[in-house]
Design a protein around this ligand. Structure first.
Ligand SMILES: Cc1ncc(COP(=O)(O)O)c(C=O)c1O
Length: 369
């Protein structure tokens, strides 16, 4: 008797759909909309980066190498020994995937600190892992890391602990002294530094990778460097660890254009500085402009997005999103949490978009300029 295809799927993958980000799909269909929802960079690539893209586009009849030049540059920027400490991927999402698949077996536990980036859960679940979500603390209208809570969640089934720093969507950092106790456990610890450049590499936990073989620092070119569409991310870790973990890489997983575009972006330090300054000024502008709204709480952000809780204004986050949509602005909704239905997030846009967003919110919450 032939069996049905359903009976052949690995049980833990059944029913997992293709990942579709509805708001990104919408934004591509309607380019006139203001994309203030996906933590993208509003500034297009610099001429230097574009030149590298065109130069290497002409060589795309050839296979890429394993990114030796760009990996060496990453090592140099981060003060680690060399390319042997760096593994690259098709965005940092692929990098966690590679790390996860080298450690996880069905039934293993992955600890995450919620609210957080959703891809950890998607990739962990695909591998049959159980996601253990430890909520951040919400005190004095501030979201705080709960390092004790994270530590208490560790069991003998914990195979990965992932801590985004700064976290998305809260935008804040965990105090640096709280990382080492996790590193000392020996359990693979992924510190996701997707937004680190906005605060500067001085905030990085990369030094831990020199001391602990179980620490991975992951990064992306999708945010401060403004290359989300290129798909380039990387991890920095101990040489011995990467020797094993890089075994999970698909051959030629990073294309020729992304790896040389990334190198050009690393070399264009002025381009990065401009983007970081523009972003950080805009975060200050929006945070200050909206903090005048009574009952409206702004989470202090060190990244390119800001999280709000408008629960005490009597309006919901969903209503704020719907009102913004009438002005062509796409924002990001957040689930109800900590007894409030007022959560939503904005991503920094162009100067005009940020002004439009501020005016739209002041209007919606009935505050005169
Ligand atoms: C915390 C965090 N890590 C990683 C990413 C995605 O990175 P990539 O585009 O490199 O896959 C995001 C994107 O929003 C993020 O918020």
């Amino acid at each position: 008797m032939t069996k049905n295809i359903e009976e052949y799927y690995a049980p833990w993958v059944k029913g997992i759909p293709m990942y579709i980000s509805e708001h990104i799909e919408l934004a591509w269909r309607k380019p006139e909309l203001h994309r203030m929802m996906s933590n993208e960079n509003p500034v297009p690539p610099s001429d230097k980066v574009l030149e590298a893209m065109f130069k290497y586009a002409k060589m795309t009849n050839r296979y890429p190498d394993q990114g030796l030049v760009v990996r060496s540059k990453i090592a140099e920027i981060n003060g680690v020994a060399g390319p042997q400490n760096v593994m690259i991927g098709n965005g940092s999402s692929e990098v966690y995937d590679n790390i996860f698949r080298m450690f996880l077996e069905p039934g293993d536990e992955v600890i995450q600190h919620t609210p957080c980036f959703g891809i950890y859960g998607l990739r962990g679940t695909l591998l049959g892992a159980k996601m253990v979500s430890v909520p951040m603390l919400y005190e004095d209208h501030k979201l705080k890391f709960d390092h004790d809570g994270l530590m208490k969640a560790v069991t003998d089934k914990t195979k990965i602990i992932v801590i985004p720093n700064p976290n998305n969507p809260s935008g804040n950092f965990m105090d640096p002294q709280h990382f080492e106790p996790f590193a000392k456990l020996g359990i693979p610890l992924v510190v996701d530094e997707a937004y680190i450049e906005y605060a500067g590499l001085g905030m990085s936990q990369v030094e831990l990778t020199k001391k602990y073989k179980n620490v991975f620092v992951t990064r992306t070119m999708s945010k401060a460097y403004g290359l989300a569409g290129m798909r380039f991310g990387y991890t920095i870790a101990h040489e011995d660890t990467l020797k094993q973990v890089a075994g999970s890489l698909l051959p030629w997983n990073v294309g020729t254009i992304p790896m040389w575009a990334a190198l050009a972006a690393f070399e264009d330090t002025e381009g990065l500085a401009e983007r970081v300054k523009f972003n950080n000024d805009a975060v200050d502008y929006i945070s200050e402009a909206l903090s005048v709204i009574p009952g409206f709480y702004v989470m202090q952000s060190k990244a390119n997005y800001i999280l709000f809780d408008c629960g005490e204004t009597g309006k919901t986050g969903k209503q704020a999103l719907e009102y913004a949509e009438t002005k062509g602005i796409i924002l990001r909704g957040e689930s109800k949490k900590y007894g409030s239905d007022g959560w939503f997030r904005v991503t920094i846009g162009s100067k005009e978009e940020n002004e439009l967003f501020v005016n739209t919110m002041l209007e919606f919450f009935g505050v005169k300029k």
